[in-house]
Design a protein. Structure first.
Length: 261
């Protein structure tokens, strides 16, 4: 993901910024993200609930620094439009991890009746900017939004954490419901995957930040999850396993259900 100063830190990667997205498509060289399932909701435990999933980063970001490094306003300062993300020691990229988990999660949520939109339509495009990612959830009037990431902390550190918004002007009214969403996501993820809470920041698997555009600019309940530390060998092994990613997705779906019931 990115450091608290807002400029990416990823060993072996050049982490740049996000795209100037004022009215632009959600990705470059890709069609706009589809609100799959938005036409008719299947009956289920989440019947008709609107959920936006934000798969962090994008596969084409690294090749287009001129796009993603452009600064965008995130409510209390400027940050890069997007970043390249991190990767495991074996080269499994964060953008690929988030894309896979997000699609597994979308399938699980749709099976429960939810109307699901992803903020990008594939894993070969560029962006969208953090500003546009937040706007997609806002335009959808989402009942809940989750941005999925893998962390790039020191290799000795391990575990997952959920990031909650702090009040930054326009997002003030969604801080409390976002905290409830984040707690539900944390509890379900911990229970379903047995992943430990991060041992290097936050408390009990929760962290609060005011420097993330996806949270600062949201007008709907929104949280981030760092599903594990991709630089840690143990976390990386789990995140690189398709079977474990499916377990992650089902656990996250349970978190949404706990929050939205």
């Amino acid at each position: 993901m990115e450091n608290r100063a807002g400029w990416p830190v990823a060993a072996g990667l050049v982490c740049l910024g996000m795209v100037a997205c004022h009215g632009s498509p959600a990705t470059r060289n890709e069609p706009p993200p589809a609100a799959e399932g938005s036409g008719s909701a299947a009956p289920g435990r989440l019947g008709g609930k609107v959920i936006v999933i934000d798969p962090g980063h994008n596969g084409g970001n690294a090749a287009h620094p001129e796009v993603i490094s452009k600064p965008v306003w995130v409510g209390n300062g400027y940050k890069p439009c997007n970043t390249t993300g991190t990767a495991t020691a074996d080269g499994y990229a964060e953008h690929a991890f988030t894309w896979d988990v997000s699609n597994r999660l979308a399938k699980a949520l749709r099976a429960r009746g939810a109307l699901v939109t992803l903020t990008r339509a594939g894993d070969r495009g560029v962006g969208p900017c953090v500003t546009e990612r937040a706007a997609i959830g806002n335009r959808a009037h989402a009942d809940a939004t989750l941005s999925i990431h893998g962390d790039g902390a020191a290799a000795a550190k391990h575990g997952f954490h959920v990031i909650l918004p702090l009040p930054v002007g326009g997002n003030t009214r969604i801080v409390a419901p976002s905290a409830r969403l984040g707690t539900a996501i944390r509890d379900a993820y911990r229970s379903g995957t047995n992943m430990p809470y991060a041992d290097y920041l936050g408390k009990d698997g929760l962290d609060r930040r005011d420097d993330l555009g996806g949270l600062n600019l949201s007008t709907v309940p929104a949280v981030f999850i760092e599903c594990g530390n991709m630089k840690n060998a143990g976390d990386a092994a789990k995140m690189s396993s398709a079977a474990f990613r499916q377990l992650m997705a089902e656990s996250l779906a349970n978190g949404f259900e706990d929050y939205l019931r």
